[in-house]
Design a protein around this ligand. Structure first.
Ligand SMILES: Nc1ncnc2c1ncn2[C@@H]1O[C@H](COP(=O)(O)OP(=O)(O)OP(=O)(O)O)[C@@H](O)[C@H]1O
Length: 230
């Protein structure tokens, strides 16, 4: 799926958080949005998936306008979202978390579930454990798996490495790299090494504006780190 974002503005009450944000994710490409805390990265993702209204601009999936479409319709169109903080169902088991997501997308047979467990084997081992009993890294794997069982065309992830140990960061990197080409990926990330390992392009946000963007290989670490927290 191709994602096109044009001149997006967003306000929380009187304060403007996004300022004329434009970006594109080509089919099968991975784009990483970088920027300091409070730059507006999470707000941008929530606007794209329909969890926050925009005040101006447009969002297109494969050229079709979805700017006013509700979240469920964007999800049906093939967009999956992995929010910051994971938001898995803590009281449901790992299997139930996956089944709920699969059923919501008409995949009652759960073929997507077997595939997700193949990618994240620990979820098979923990299938009967409550989501809330998993470690942070296991919950992140579950959150990504839950997005993948919907068989998305575009997956949008908000800081997937936050609070996750290095070996799991490596696994997530491998999984996302393997999906690239088939699925478009938009990710918000503070961890530059991880972003650099999988992203084809970087978009840098500062105070709600795109201040820099380009192909990964064109953007030096110095150029990027001017707009990062570290
Ligand atoms: N619900 C809200 N109501 C009012 N202002 C908000 C709300 N959520 C976020 N903001 C403000 O919007 C701005 C952008 O926040 P956002 O969470 O999008 O930034 P971010 O780049 O994702 O930062 P972080 O990395 O800390 O998540 C911040 O100034 C924040 O205080």
């Amino acid at each position: 799926m191709k994602l096109t974002v044009r001149d997006l503005d967003q306000h929380y009450g009187g304060s403007q958080v996004l300022r004329s944000v434009s970006l594109e994710v080509e089919p099968g490409q991975c784009v990483a949005v970088l920027g300091r805390n409070g730059a507006g990265k999470s707000t941008l993702l929530k606007c794209l998936v329909g969890l926050l209204p925009v005040t101006r601009g447009s969002i297109l999936f494969d050229g079709a306008e979805v700017t006013q479409s509700p979240n469920y319709r964007r999800s049906r169109a093939g967009v999956a979202y992995v929010p910051q903080g994971r938001e898995i169902f803590a009281e449901l088991t790992v299997r139930e978390n996956l089944v709920v997501a699969a059923r919501a997308h008409g995949d009652a047979a759960g073929e997507g579930i077997s595939e997700a467990i193949r990618l994240f084997p620990v979820l098979g081992e923990m299938a009967d454990r409550r989501g809330g009993a998993l470690s942070g890294g296991q919950q992140q794997q579950l959150a990504i798996a839950r997005a993948l069982v919907t068989r998305p065309k575009l997956i949008i992830l908000d800081e997937p490495t936050e609070g996750v140990q290095p070996s799991i960061v490596q696994l997530i990197e491998t999984v996302l790299s393997g999906l690239k080409g088939r699925i478009s990926i938009l990710l918000v990330e503070q961890y530059l090494d991880f972003a650099a390992a999988i992203a084809d392009r970087f978009v840098v946000l500062s105070r709600g504006q795109v201040v820099d963007q380009g192909l990964r290989d064109e953007m030096s670490r110095d150029r990027l780190s001017r707009f990062m927290s570290v």
